[in-house]
Design a protein around this ligand. Structure first.
Ligand code: SF4
Ligand code: SF4
Length: 129
């Protein structure tokens, strides 16, 4: 699953993510990061489910990190998609790209649910529940 981790001033300089990876063995992947001296925001992909996922999220929360879970992902209506590519360049995480045969490929693990592609698509083939 994907989540936004919000680090406040008090915890922004602590190596919390590395500690959670070491303690749980879950290789958390950073998709996007915005960090300054006052605050940090990371969009991460957490390849875990069930109890393991709960353990990861709890460790972040116990360490003082605010966690926002992205439960919903987008849906692509492949009957409508004409592979025009208009959604590809606006996507900030490269979750959308062309395959070798020029059909559209969606990488759910990279998606941060920003909805930019939803408005970029000229035929409304992308929706987010
Ligand atoms: S919502 Fe669309 S534009 Fe945003 S990250 Fe996901 S695929 Fe990319
Ligand atoms: S913008 Fe819409 S029609 Fe064009 S490739 Fe993306 S999903 Fe398909």
């Amino acid at each position: 699953m994907r989540a936004k981790l919000i680090y406040s001033h008090g915890v922004v300089e602590k190596p919390i993510l590395a500690s959670v990876v070491l303690r749980t063995g879950v290789p958390i992947n950073i998709l996007e990061a915005r960090v300054n001296a006052q605050k940090g925001e990371l969009i991460v992909s957490i390849p875990a489910t069930g109890e393991k996922l709960r353990e990861v999220l709890n460790l972040f929360r116990e360490a003082g990190v605010q966690v926002q879970e992205f439960a919903e992902t987008l849906r692509i209506d492949w009957g409508k998609c004409m592979a025009c590519g208009a959604c590809i360049s606006p996507c900030p995480t490269k979750a959308l790209r062309f395959r070798e045969d020029w059909s559209l490929e969606f990488d759910e693990e990279r998606c941060v649910a920003c909805k930019i592609c939803v408005t970029a698509c000229p035929v409304k083939a992308i929706t987010m529940p």
